[in-house]
Design a protein around this ligand. Structure first.
Ligand SMILES: NC(=O)c1ccc[n+]([C@@H]2O[C@H](COP(=O)([O-])OP(=O)(O)OC[C@H]3O[C@@H](n4cnc5c(N)ncnc54)[C@H](O)[C@@H]3O)[C@@H](O)[C@H]2O)c1
Ligand SMILES: O=C(O)C[C@H](O)C(=O)O
Ligand SMILES: [Mn+2]
Length: 557
């Protein structure tokens, strides 16, 4: 068949299969003005676009110029979402070109108001699957419909109950799944065609949403108990049936469910809870980075968890495991941990303890002023922590008095104030540096500008699981890891913790987001190697470096 005849047959087939608009309206196929004249002829696009053919660079320049003209915050994000909904390749080209500038807009902190307003500003479902507790028999059908025939390798699922620190946002929470997946692609080059955001809509206890005529989710109280866990189980089983090798990332589940779900499935399939494990890894990396700077020993550290919830206990468990890896006796290791929650310092007889908190509580007999240990400053005075991590959602909780009390007993106090979004942060980086006269080794959950203090520029690491989960995911997918044991998480943490330049004055405890793509690639290789070393990799995966490099998708036509 001559090439002319072939092209004619191909054109006819394409036109039968999909007319111009199904191409132009498919963000995975659409190139917009970058379609060449030849492509336009073959694909039946002649006359459907302005005549000029642009390169992706020219398109990106136009998009970025438009972006800059948008008002700060959610308007900038809405514009970027229009690009994402129109042309995934162009979106990720622009996002990777301006990663440091765009991450806080695409992701944390601007994603928070975007979630709060999701229903009222809804334009497109952005390829997400909306699984409803009221239609449990449509789970498989819903996943297949949303995948649209695409081979899905990575799912980020949320039930919207514990969004960042802003709480229950029901079906609006799907935006966190969409945003997290954007970071996976921008940071690690996960193919955007192979990902699926999933919302488990089990209702909401957020009365604002129930009363909001614009709210798009199920308008009833959150379903709990067996019916809830049955839906989660139906989802997990259906996802693994339809997408056999899929890696499932759980995000922003409520404190009572997150760890329980993780522990139920992690021995059988490759799953991950970002708030529990991702945050644990990034904080362990940050502490290891800080100790590289202060030259202190990990086993000498005393940890105070402020806000012993999903993330707080994920972090505590990751640190505890590290103590054991360092050879410490389990009972001795437990003596290095203090949990503070709404009730104050947690004791074995404190009412309302969660299952995750119980292994780490203390005995009242250890103290002679237990009634006063509801005040953070008093707790610090009593226990002399060297590491304090805030995952409490309590803004300003790290007061000047509390921080100065910590600095009185710790030569280089390690203080991570990581509640998100910005309005919930326990203390600002510049205050922590000032209150400790430059001694504190600081990290925040949201991006923080460098702090100038007494002639030193203090670079502030972003202790956000976004620095870690993309590399972990790429390593898991590239190695075809059958499970995600702690060994893989630890490999990621030690890799990141070793990237810090400890000799630089004011060095950050974590690598900068500007280097996210490069350290993500290195981390992915370390995770894939750990999978190979632990006998968890696919039979055909023997070379971690080539496996991760071959997996990467690049935003180009
Ligand atoms: N930086 C990151 O990567 C990262 C990762 C996960 C969570 N977080 C942030 O951490 C915060 C908590 O998230 P989570 O998923 O663990 O939520 P969670 O609800 O599971 O835990 C919050 C804990 O803080 C406790 N708390 C609330 N008010 C308190 C107070 N006044 N004093 C002491 N404790 C208090 C709660 O009782 C709960 O145990 C959120 O702001 C979230 O955005 C940050
Ligand atoms: O989403 C983030 O910014 C980090 C973390 O997962 C959180 O819940 O705060
Ligand atoms: Mn989260």
């Amino acid at each position: 068949m001559t090439s002319k005849k072939y092209e004619k047959a191909n054109r006819r087939l394409l036109q039968q299969v999909s007319n111009a608009y199904s191409i132009l309206n498919d963000p995975f196929q659409n190139k917009g003005t970058a379609f060449t004249k030849r492509e336009r002829e073959v694909l039946g696009l002649t006359g459907t676009l302005p005549s000029k053919v642009q390169t992706i660079e020219e398109q990106a320049a136009r998009v970025y110029e438009q972006y800059e003209q948008r008002p700060e915050g959610i308007q900038k994000r809405k514009f970027l979402m229009e690009i994402f909904n129109t042309n995934r390749t162009l979106f990720f080209y622009v996002m990777t070109q301006h990663l440091v500038e765009l991450m806080p807009v695409v992701y944390d902190p601007v994603i928070a108001p975007a979630i709060e307003k999701y229903s009222e500003i809804f334009m497109k479902p952005q390829g997400a699957a909306f699984l409803s507790v009221d239609d449990p028999d449509t789970i498989e059908e819903s996943l297949k419909n949303a995948a649209g025939g695409r081979k899905i390798k990575l799912i980020v699922v949320t039930d919207g109950e514990g969004i960042l620190g802003i709480g229950d946002w029901g079906a609006n929470g799907v935006n966190i799944s969409v945003g997290k997946l954007m970071v996976y692609t921008a940071a690690a080059g996960i193919d955007p065609r192979e990902v699926l955001p999933v919302s488990l809509d089990v209702g909401t206890n957020n009365q604002t949403l129930i009363d909001d005529p614009l709210y798009l989710g199920n308008k009833h109280a959150r379903v709990q108990g067996d019916k809830y866990y049955d839906l989660v189980d139906k989802f997990v089983k259906a996802a693994r049936k339809i997408f056999p090798d899929v890696f499932i990332h759980f995000e922003d589940f409520g404190r009572d469910n997150a760890t329980k779900i993780l522990n139920k499935y992690r021995e059988d399939i490759p799953i991950f809870n970002d708030d529990v494990q991702g945050t644990g890894i990034v904080c362990l990396s940050g502490v290891l980075g800080a100790l590289n700077i202060s030259k202190q020993k990990f086993t000498d550290q005393i940890f105070l968890t402020f806000g012993a919830g999903t993330a707080g206990m994920g972090i505590a468990n990751m640190m505890y495991r590290e103590m054991l890896v360092e050879g410490m006796d389990p009972e001795e290791a437990k003596k290095h941990f203090y949990l503070v929650d709404k009730q104050g310092l947690l004791f074995s007889d404190t009412p309302g303890l969660t299952p995750e908190q119980k292994p780490f509580v203390r005995e009242r007999s250890e103290f002679d002023n237990t009634d006063e240990l509801t005040n953070l400053e008093v707790v610090i005075k009593a226990v002399h922590p060297t590491v304090m991590i805030g995952t409490s959602t309590k803004p300003g909780a790290f007061t000047e008095a509390a921080i100065k009390e910590m600095a009185a007993h710790a030569e280089r106090p390690i203080i991570f104030s990581i509640s998100n979004p910005t309005k919930l942060i326990e203390a600002k980086a510049e205050d922590l540096i000032k209150w400790t006269d430059g001694k504190a080794l600081v990290a925040t959950g949201v991006p923080s500008d460098p702090v100038e203090y007494k002639g030193v520029t203090y670079n502030i690491g972003q202790a956000n699981n976004a620095l870690i989960y993309s590399g972990l995911g790429l390593g898991i997918l590239a190695s075809k890891a059958k499970l995600v044991p702690d060994e893989l998480l630890s490999a990621a943490a030690h890799l990141l913790g070793g990237i810090v330049d400890p000799e630089e004055p004011g060095a950050a405890v974590l690598p900068p987001v500007a280097k996210l793509q490069s350290f993500t690639a290195t981390e992915a290789e370390a995770v894939a190697q750990a999978a190979i070393d632990n006998g968890l990799a696919g039979e055909d995966v023997t070379d971690a470096k080539s496996a991760t490099e071959n997996m990467k998708w690049l935003p180009k036509y």
